[in-house]
Ligand binder design. Structure first.
Ligand code: GP9
Ligand code: MN
Length: 415
């Protein structure tokens, strides 16, 4: 009913955070290159296996970028597609199933649609069947101009492994697609090689496998290392093609790669017990913002808690686009008012000093259970975020949003 519209609206308005004036519009008019890093968790960053860096390129790139070391994925069963939903809408994916399948008929005000009014062309590049995760349908609903899918790539036995086209070939072949686009563009690249079961050809193995009882975790490190090399190649090619200077590059991990089924092996790698607290901390994924000429001169690490829900307002503000009237749950990670807070799709949440999961409040500084009262102030907010977002998705409420406020639903139904 319309009273809940008003309630949601009030909540969202009350949660608005002022953009950081120094960064607002910093990347105005630039191309936006978004790279979704398949199954990449933060625990591999700046780590070694048998003395070899797992992500040597990303480790260097971070030194020329803004890096967020407390950034969480918030995906559910929709995996990659959920991360895309979060990125482009700043709405939460649904609790069961994949919103890309269940609600592709909804009205959305996604980033591609918003930036069209600012002269942007938008695309997704991903060398898989276009109907996987219902992407071909959902991308239309999100306002994408073009989807470069498997038929836009040369895929053969030579250049494939596991799920399909190897990342290096994917990036190489994508350069021509990028060059074919009008500028400025907003283009999302979805990598694939670092996907379960983490298969790799021997010639692409640049680090050793781990040794444990989990073949999955063992194989994870060489494929993460391979993806790192592919991204490195892509950045080099962007520079060679003159596309680098006029673009900003945003990378994030889409979701976990190593599930809780591999906790024993993970404990062996991490050298500590994987408690429920640790499991939540393992949901951190790398988030990198690289702005040529800016972040290389003044690199920063941001440690405030944030999540994929925050990507949309952050990107729009960098482009100088106001979000006051936009319906979204995240906030600009650069805002001085940004809360240190992220809620995961299972209801677990993380604050500056605490982690709440499985009905227990944990102290981040010790990793030990603590008084529930410390987590209490955020419990209601965590529940409300997910509930309000679900109401918008299940009720297709953006149909009734005129860009300023929700109209009375009964009025609309009468028409
Ligand atoms: C498939 C790729 C992987 O196209 O996005 O999907 P995932 O299993 O990670 O959701
Ligand atoms: Mn994925």
């Amino acid at each position: 009913d319309s009273s809940s519209f008003i309630e949601i609206e009030n909540y969202l308005k009350a949660n608005q955070k002022k953009p950081n004036e120094e960064l607002f519009g910093l990347a105005q008019g630039k191309n936006v290159i978004v790279i979704s890093l398949e199954s990449t968790q933060s625990f591999v960053i700046n780590e070694k296996i048998d003395g070899q860096e797992i992500t040597p390129f990303l480790n260097d790139f971070i030194k020329d970028s803004y890096y967020f070391d407390n950034f969480y994925h918030q995906t559910g069963q929709g995996k990659t597609s959920d991360s895309e939903f979060l990125l482009d809408n700043s709405l939460y994916p649904i609790g069961r199933g994949a919103v890309f399948f269940t609600h592709s008929g909804n009205e959305f005000t996604a980033t591609p649609e918003i930036i069209k009014d600012y002269g942007y062309y938008s695309s997704v590049l991903h060398a898989n069947d276009k109907s996987f995760w219902n992407r071909d349908i959902m991308y239309g609903a999100l306002g994408y101009d073009r989807f470069f899918e498997i038929n836009d790539y040369v895929v053969n036995e030579e250049n494939s492994v596991g799920w399909g086209l190897k990342d290096l070939d994917f990036f190489e072949q994508s350069i021509a697609h990028l060059k074919s686009q009008p500028q400025p563009f907003y283009s999302k690249f979805i990598t694939l090689t670092n996907h379960f079961p983490f298969e790799l050809d021997p010639e692409d193995k640049m680090v050793n496998e781990f040794t444990s009882n989990s073949r999955t975790l063992n194989r994870y490190f060489p494929t993460v290392r391979y993806q790192d090399e592919a991204v490195k190649h892509f950045i080099t090619r962007l520079k060679e093609e003159g596309l680098y200077d006029n673009s900003i590059i945003i990378m994030y991990g889409d979701h976990y790669g190593i599930s809780e089924n591999h906790n024993v092996a993970m404990e062996q790698f991490l050298g500590r017990e994987v408690t429920p607290f640790e499991s939540v901390q393992l949901q951190r994924v790398p988030f990198i913002i690289h702005i040529p000429g800016v972040t290389d001169k003044d690199p920063q690490t941001y440690s405030k808690v944030s999540g994929q829900i925050d990507l949309k307002p952050t990107i729009l503000h960098l482009l100088g686009i106001d979000t006051k009237e936009d319906v979204h749950f995240g906030s600009d990670v650069f805002s001085k008012q940004k809360l240190s807070f992220a809620v995961l799709r299972d209801g677990s949440f993380i604050t500056e000093n605490y982690v709440y999961t499985k009905n227990t409040c944990y102290d981040k500084s010790t990793g030990e259970p603590t008084k529930e009262a410390y987590c209490e102030p955020f419990m209601k907010k965590a529940k409300q975020e997910l509930e309000y977002s679900d109401q918008i998705v299940y009720g297709d409420l953006l149909r009734f949003y005129n860009g300023k406020s929700y109209q009375d639903q009964s009025q609309n139904l009468k028409q």
